[in-house]
Design a binder for this molecule. Structure first.
Ligand code: GLC
Length: 499
């Protein structure tokens, strides 16, 4: 079949910018699709902190986006990291260039991403003028890019040049729908999504980008099969479940993968001893080194539980906090790596002081090299990996932990439920420990089951071996995206011909 022309739009793309899983996905999926022979164009903002990175790039042109009576001049630069893959940076210092650390969370985010979403259309025009290039699919990731399908559908829907071009909107995390919190928007300011978005700079902050992405994209997907079902319910739908149910036949779920060139204990440069499932004794050496550098007792008999997460309520830290007094009475060591909400950091730092033999916490900034190194060492050196997220669209960390043979203990939700199989001691099947009710008791029961199993080294080794053999490379999900792109083209064609 003919290779596809694809545009992938995302506010973050690793290694240039990354605050979480989105940055990984927006990098690895295009890379895999390019490897398959599709031509992929990635579009992302050029943030201030990227000025220090040595990115080979070439100016390719300029464009303008008007917001009220202010006109923003944008420059486009391109980098070509591999065959069939180009990364276009949208540059404007006023909007993106001043940001040295955080990519978002600013009071003008709505205007910044309004302009970015429009810039995608400007870039497509430029590519058409230059090369007669026509995208088959414009693939938009998460709220920051939700207006692109809206502009596209209402302004280009009937454009002769682009009759086939279709749009896909991927939801990575539904509570994030716009600048600020959707639930805090006063009733009379709530965006119903109809028509073109306002260009009044004072009103742009009330736009619900995600709602518009869902309304105007030809197809919608999310990052696991289970989360795709969950978001159709009021419990997980974040006020958009009715809209999603209306579009149910166009809502799909595809689980993420991880980049095995990056996350692989056989080659990982950050860990002390490289290993695979045939050399688990080397994993134990990583454990002892890790215990040493974080100040925990060096012993193989005490199970080491790793956590590499943003310290937020979503990731289950409320539950862990409540369970802590009991956890601290069990025979285990806990090691937490990540930044996040101040209250959680304070609470766990306090616990680390009180129980220095049992718990250690490190908070290196996201995106720093120390963070990458320490995280890899936790995956490699820990026996278990705790991830009791309240909800989880996909989750990347549990996929990495499986790969590194750190047995995941997870809440049965979203992508966690799709990727971790509960261990059954009678049959020996399973890859982790799964609990279904989001309660302290259920979390503790799963922990105790894991700790008890750890007492039997042969069984534990068998479990580790099984976990490490799971395959979550991007090849399979990327192939599913290709199928979804073709389906999106068909949905678009049907809509176009039936009006
Ligand atoms: C968001 C979700 C996470 C998912 C990631 C990438 O960060 O919270 O579950 O893995 O996006 O899709």
């Amino acid at each position: 079949m003919k290779p596809l022309n694809l545009i992938s739009v995302s506010a973050e793309v690793s290694p240039y910018s990354k605050s979480g899983g989105l940055g990984d996905v927006a990098a690895a999926l295009p890379k895999t699709l390019a490897k398959f022979g599709h031509r992929v164009i990635v579009v992302t903002p050029f943030y201030g902190f990227m000025k220090n990175q040595e990115i080979p790039q070439e100016d390719i042109g300029e464009g303008k986006v008007q917001v009220g009576d202010h006109s923003y001049t944008l420059k486009f630069k391109v980098s070509r990291p591999r065959e069939h893959l180009e990364v276009y940076f949208v540059c404007n210092d006023e909007l993106f260039g001043h940001y040295q650390v955080y990519m978002y969370g600013h009071t003008n985010d709505a205007v910044r991403f309004y302009v970015f979403d429009r810039a995608v259309l400007v870039l497509i025009d430029l590519l058409y003028e230059r090369q007669r290039w026509v995208p088959d699919i414009i693939h938009c990731h998460d709220w920051h890019t939700g207006l692109t399908p809206n502009f596209w559908s209402l302004e280009r829907g009937r454009d002769e040049r682009f009759v086939k071009t279709s749009t896909l909107f991927t939801i990575h995390n539904l509570p994030f729908q716009m600048q600020g919190n959707w639930w805090d928007v006063p009733e009379d300011k709530r965006d119903d999504g109809r028509g073109l978005p306002t260009d009044d700079p004072r009103a742009i902050r009330w736009l619900n980008f995600t709602r518009r992405g869902i309304m105007y994209a030809d197809a919608i997907n999310t990052v696991s099969v289970r989360y795709a079902k969950e978001i159709l319910t009021p419990e997980f739908g974040q006020g958009l479940d009715r809209l999603l149910r209306r579009r149910e036949k166009d809502v799909f779920g595809i689980i993420n993968g991880i980049d095995y060139a990056v996350y692989n204990p056989q080659f990982d440069p950050h860990i002390w001893r490289r290993y695979d499932w045939n050399s688990l004794d080397r994993k134990h050496k990583n454990k002892r080194e890790l215990q040493k550098i974080v100040g925990l007792e060096q012993s193989n008999d005490i199970p080491l539980v790793g956590l590499v997460h943003r310290l937020t309520e979503q990731k289950g830290f409320e539950l862990i906090k409540q369970a802590l007094p009991v956890l601290m009475r069990l025979s285990l060591q806990m090691l937490i790596v990540g930044t996040g909400e101040r209250d959680y950091i304070a609470a766990f730092k306090k616990a680390a002081k009180k129980y220095p033999k049992k718990i250690s916490i490190f908070t290196p900034p996201i995106g720093s090299d120390i963070n990458d190194e320490l995280s890899a060492r936790v995956y490699a050196g820990s026996d278990m990996f705790l991830m009791p997220s309240r909800y989880e669209p996909c989750g990347i960390s549990q996929l990495i932990s499986l790969r590194y043979g750190s047995i995941p203990i997870v809440h049965e939700t979203g992508g966690l439920s799709d990727t971790v199989v509960d261990f059954d001691p009678r049959t020996g099947n399973g890859t982790g420990f799964v609990f279904s009710r989001y309660t302290v008791e259920d979390l503790l029961i799963a922990m105790v089951r894991a700790l008890e199993t750890y007492k039997y080294p042969q069984i534990w080794e068998h479990l580790t071996w099984q976990a490490m053999q799971e395959s979550y490379s991007w090849d399979i999900p990327a192939e599913k995206y290709v199928q979804l792109y073709r389906r999106t083209l068909r949905i678009h064609e049907q809509l176009r011909t039936t009006g």
